[in-house]
Design a protein around this ligand. Sequence first.
Ligand code: FA5
Length: 338
Amino acid sequence: MKERLEKMRGEFTAQLNGAASPEEAEKVRVAFLGKKGALTEVLKGMKDLTPDERREVGALSNTLKDEFEKLIAARMATLGRVEIEKQLAAEWQDISWPSGLKRGAAHPVAVIRRRVKDIFISMGFEVLDGPEMEEEEFNFNKLNIPPDHPARDSQDTFWLTDGKLLRTHTSPVQVHGMLSHTPPFKFIAPGKVYRNEAVDASHEHTFHQIEGMVVDKNISVAHLIYSMKTLLTGIFEKEVEVRLRPGFFPFVEPGFELDIKCLICGGKGCSVCKQGGWLELMPCGMVHPNVLRHGGIDPEEFSGFAFGLGLERLVMMKYGIDDIRLFHGADLRFFTQF
Ligand code: FA5
């Protein structure tokens, strides 16, 4: 029996070394140490031995069992590592290899819209969204522009067949915002607007505005100027020259036009500023009491300011772009600069 055990050691080692995977090593373990394994079978025959033989064979078989288990564990570990290495070699990919795809770039209008949003969010403004297909009631009537008002002519409207329209400005979001909020509140509302007008270097039929509205007790023109200055300094990263002129919009009283000195020509006059040296950038003003009332707010208790920023004009100033039509073009040489 002792000889059988010694022989088994050689057989075991040969079989285990021949195992090429953890699964094969497991089969060797079962063949020798399993319930019906070779070593187990030998131990079953021990009952026929003398007590001395039994002691000797018992000690030897225990040593073998320990030895086999250790060898199996070591072989399993080696084979496991080999498996992982094989897998790594088969699935290896060089992620730094150039893919051949060209890198895209964010649209300059999107870049500046994000910056404007960040600046207002840092001042505690909420960001609202509004419908592009709008009711006449919100685009005009509730903003103090009744059907026969001449101000309707300044915003040539695309009317839809169901009586709705494509919003001509983001100001209707003022009304949606007032109806869904209780003062005090402050929000901006960026979005697309549409006007049926001739396209030239500074006019598009589809462009972006960012509306802003603040309503609280004792809001004054000083709050308005502070917010506008904070915005422009944040965008241009330097002091820019601005001027406030009286401006007429039925939904504000008093109303202003905030102009910025043309950064393309430095104020000398060019095609973008129509030779005037200044560019109309941001109409604004104190919210008209009628508009507050239409929004369910008591003008005796609350006041507010509002503005409507023309986003493309701001982007043109920021990057020195002299033609608004480039934004809707498909010239990649233009877009990859931002
Ligand atoms: C308005 O649309 C008002 N709703 C703004 C407002 C809001 C005033 C709140 C007071 C209080 P206006 O029509 O001027 O105003 O347009 C606002 C800005 O949009 C302009 O200053 C200009 O920068 C830009 N803009 C106007 N028309 C065009 C156009 N066709 N193409 C590109 N930008 C334009």
